[in-house]
Design a protein around this ligand. Structure first.
Ligand SMILES: O=C(COP(=O)(O)O)NO
Ligand SMILES: [Ca+2]
Ligand code: NA
Ligand SMILES: [Zn+2]
Length: 305
């Protein structure tokens, strides 16, 4: 069933488990996300960035909404990294049931102002809002944040921000970063910071940049002709611990990008004569389903629907 972000995340925070919020850009990714959630009896969020909306528009949103409506588990459609009030409202008009306004690259006051505006409008329409305080490293779609400008979320500021904006859930910067190269070796996750923020707040917390970049997938990517440097993601146990402390929404995009590309490359390498799209995109869907299943087990959302 199609529900709001709060319907999924408030129980997740209370139950100390995480719910994957997976980025989609086409039908096969959407099917892999929702069908795996149904098979594992897991709530799930499907998210579209502004780039995905540019790429697939209402056509893609309708695929998500229809699958979500028919799903036997709770599914929310979420706007990832909404960059403006207009973008958030446009998504709500398209049928999104959860929207992020990401004004975290502004100063505190401007972030509060921008977030508050979206919260008031979205709540008037019964839609949940995610906002962000702190800055991740890596590339957030259109914003390149290099390490020196990244800053972790201050717990006291988070309390003020939540009070002043009324945001439903809050993305916090705790050491993760977007993309396949999350720092040299094992990225440092500031669990103490998560625990502190969670102890002072009661709303669901969000971790961006939470792909695990499984080495098995990276090796298959290279073996099938892909080229990638020394890619690294968030260790499963670090993510698992984060959900114990209060992280309820966990954003995953890179893992699905790698998994789908592995499926496609392997299909084409195995049979150069193949040109039936079902035999090329079908394997992508299968590899993504395996990666999604692993993530749901790490987050503890299996059986929670
Ligand atoms: O935070 C993310 C995705 O992060 P990854 O690059 O780690 O999948 N989307 O908003
Ligand atoms: Ca941001
Ligand atoms: Na988001
Ligand atoms: Zn993100």
């Amino acid at each position: 069933m199609l529900v709001t972000g709060n319907d999924i995340l408030v129980p997740a925070r209370a139950g100390h488990y995480g719910v994957g919020s997976f980025n989609t850009n086409n039908m096969e990714i959407t099917q892999a996300i929702i069908h795996t959630a149904e098979r594992l009896r897991s709530p799930v969020m499907v998210q579209m960035s502004e780039g995905a909306i540019k790429y697939g528009g209402q056509d893609l949103a309708n695929i998500v909404i229809d699958l979500a409506r028919r799903a036997t588990v709770p599914v929310a459609l979420h706007l990832d990294h909404g960059s403006s009030y207009e973008s958030a409202l446009k998504a709500i008009k398209m049928g999104f049931t959860s929207v992020m306004i990401d004004a975290s690259h502004h100063g505190f006051e401007d972030n509060v102002k921008e977030t508050k505006r979206v919260v008031e409008a979205a709540h008037a329409m019964g839609i949940s809002v995610e906002s962000e305080l702190g800055r991740l490293g890596g590339i957030e779609e259109h914003i390149v944040v290099d390490e020196k400008d990244a800053f972790l979320t201050d717990p006291e500021e988070a309390v003020q921000f939540i009070e002043q904006t009324g945001t439903d859930y809050l993305a916090i910067a705790i050491g993760t970063s977007h993309g396949a190269f999350k720092g040299k070796g094992r990225p440092y996750i500031d669990h103490a910071r998560i625990e502190k923020i969670a102890s002072l707040t009661s709303i669901p917390l969000v971790a961006h940049g939470s792909s695990g970049v499984p080495q098995e997938i990276v090796e298959r990517f290279r073996a099938a002709g892909g080229q990638i440097g020394d890619a690294a993601g968030i260790a499963d146990e670090d993510l698992q611990r984060a959900t114990q402390f209060g992280i309820a929404k966990v954003n995953v995009d890179t893992d699905l990008r790698l998994a789908s590309t592995v499926g496609i490359r392997e299909a084409l390498m195995a049979n150069p004569k193949e040109f039936d799209p079902r035999k090329i995109f079908g394997p992508a869907r299968d590899v993504m389903s395996q990666v999604i299943e692993h993530k749901m087990r790490v987050l503890g959302s299996v059986g929670k629907a």
